[in-house]
Design a protein around this ligand. Sequence first.
Ligand code: NAD
Length: 361
Amino acid sequence: MSNKVLVLPGDGIGPEIVAEAVKVLDVLATEFDLDINLDNGLIGGAAIDATGNPLPDETLKNARYADAILLGAVGGPKWESLDIAIRPEKGLLKIRSELDLFANLRPALTAPQLVEASALRSEVVSGLDIMIVRELTGGIYFGQPRGIRELENGEKQGFNTLIYSESEIRRIGHVAFEAAMKRDRRVCSIDKANVLEATELWRDVMDEVAKDYPDVELSHMYVDNAAMQLVRTPKQFDVMVTTNMFGDILSDLASMLTGSIGMLPSASLDKEGKGMYEPIHGSAPDIAGQNIANPLATILSVAMMLRYSLGEEKQAERVEQAVDAVLTAGYRTPDIYSEGEGMRKVGTIEMGDAVVAALKG
Ligand code: NAD
């Protein structure tokens, strides 16, 4: 039976980068027998404009029915004045929680061809290969109560709740340890157990989970130190596992080690391995519509989708090898461009075309 993939381009650069990723899927279908059926849907600001809802029922229904979802990004200045409850980002949070996509895998890999594009010295980042495992459906982004209230003295007060249950921590812990088993067998759990009770529990549960994986070494680190260590000696990490908000921030930080946020894919998985795949960056309204966004994070998200949800390891490798080949050939979107022999500055469409050409060999 053919694999059903729901494509949600979203806002800003979303449609531009997703178009390139779809080109890649089309070539795999026509030239390499990938059995795939693509359907399109609305999410985020585009969905608000069309229906008034950042996650229309039809999108959610089709997402439940799909084997995997490919997402661009959501949000932008046009919708920032809306009530927070119906902003584009709510559509994204809702689809993650409705589908129970609790495990967010964010690999941060420095391609050897892009070592020079990193903000850090090449010896610090060369060979970097970290897997950040971020809890995605709990923590402060979802915790209740939340809101902005007015105090008796008339002053406004904003509040959110950081909340984690043992079972939520345990299941993300298992994902991290399983990932480590396929890698260098080291897990570093990131928390703020010295000040936040919710992450004190997080630490205790991680220690418990570790007992099931005697071959994996577990260490703990406070998030402030982890941010510093990621810039100082990032290669000390193998798998990092952390809460929703800490993972959000640390993975953006890690992206700059690899050269550009435009290079990093992600997978958000449920307990069965069904998933949503998206670049880690946002809708980049500052560069939307200019044909300069880097589509490689989205194309690499397609590779993750083929591997994790569609069981198509060979096709995933094809995509990763094609991306490797275009980088070696010197193709660079502006975010990863640096002057040098053989470097070719290209736009979004040309980068997608180059990957397609590399796939076709
Ligand atoms: P952003 O990730 O969109 O952009 C940050 C910076 O990185 C910008 O300078 C942008 O031009 C650059 N950048 C991002 N992706 C790029 C790419 N593929 N190629 C080249 N450069 C790229 O973050 P932001 O500016 O903080 O947020 C913009 C909007 O995106 C906001 O509305 C925010 O809420 C939303 N957002 C959405 C998601 C998501 O959909 N998953 C994630 C983060 C932010």
